[in-house]
Design a protein around this ligand. Sequence first.
Ligand code: FES
Ligand SMILES: [Fe+2]
Length: 396
Amino acid sequence: MAEPATLDQGTAYGLAAASHDATLTEVGAGTPMGELLRRYWHPVGLAGDAGATPRQVRVLGEDLVLFRDGQGRPGLVHPRCAHRGASLWYGRVENVGIRCCYHGWLYSVDGHCLDQPCEPLGGALRGNVRQPWYPVEERYGLVYAYLGPPDRKPLLPRIDVLEVLAPGEQLETDDSSVGGGGPQVIPCNWLQHWENVVDSLHVPILHGTFSGQQFVPAMAQMPEVEWSATERGVRVLSWRTLDDGRRLRRVTEAAMPTLRVVPSPRLGRFGPVESIGWVLPIDDTHFRIYVAGRVTQPGDIGRMRSKMNGKFWWELSDDEHRQFPGDYEAQVSQGPITSHSREHLRSSDRGVALLRRFLHEQLRRVAAGEDPAGVARGPGADAMQRFADCGNFIVA
Ligand code: FES
Ligand SMILES: [Fe+2]
């Protein structure tokens, strides 16, 4: 019998179970994306976070302990002591390493066991023990770690726009997850945020009109946008007309592994991008952002942070969060890991689609035994990443 024409269509009743693309989102050891991201250096702290007090850090689903020995060398080790498993977070940092609280085994920054004080002669066989560790290097005021296969370790990249300071500029770091629009640790999958970098048409809506002006009036304009896949990710060109009639060409990029190359949305000055952000996946459902940038005044990076209803995120009441949502509300409300099976991508999502396609290609390359995009490895390799053509530029 035919159904009545008035039958309700599209109700939520019987909705198919939601699912996400695990290969794109999950970052634990042994997962495809976890393996891809482990082919790159990631920031795990500010230089000052590596110190005489052991610090717990969580990176790509792994709990680790960061410290700096008395000789100034940063170290990153697995917390579970190789002897019988007490956490090195309770350890004491010494001149040449970190000493476990339980039986006093001492480990160098690269995991060599240097002393076993409960054993005769300080442990004649101590050389057989290695505390699991990861290589770390410092640059631009950040400590970077490499969690991948040792034979694939790339050079730690240099970034052109952070290499040269103009008169009056200084380098600044920020670990407050500025750009995330909320707290330091953001409770959703890292890719929801990274995709947002190339989601240029949310800017005039979410940041320009829906919650009032979060940046400056020009950013509320619906821009003309062009997306393109690059060798290292996805690039976005967006054009706007400023109040005085000049044309603004804004160039933004999402580049491997998790770089957010986003010129200031406050349009305070024009020219190459001032800062580079790294989206650090803490685990599958949390991320944070580290930033290094050229500033003229201390705190300039923090001043890029959007305000909702004239207030910072942490100043808003619960009801104001609902009324004046920003990036945090939009992205966290997509879910701990967004349900890709329920999305409906359209032309404005071209950047997102390109980025996912790009990531799938990098996953394929790693599975095939190749290096993924943007990896500079071996003597003479060019470790410079060039972003000077990203920025806010006046074209006429
Ligand atoms: S558990 Fe660390 S020294 Fe024994
Ligand atoms: Fe945003």
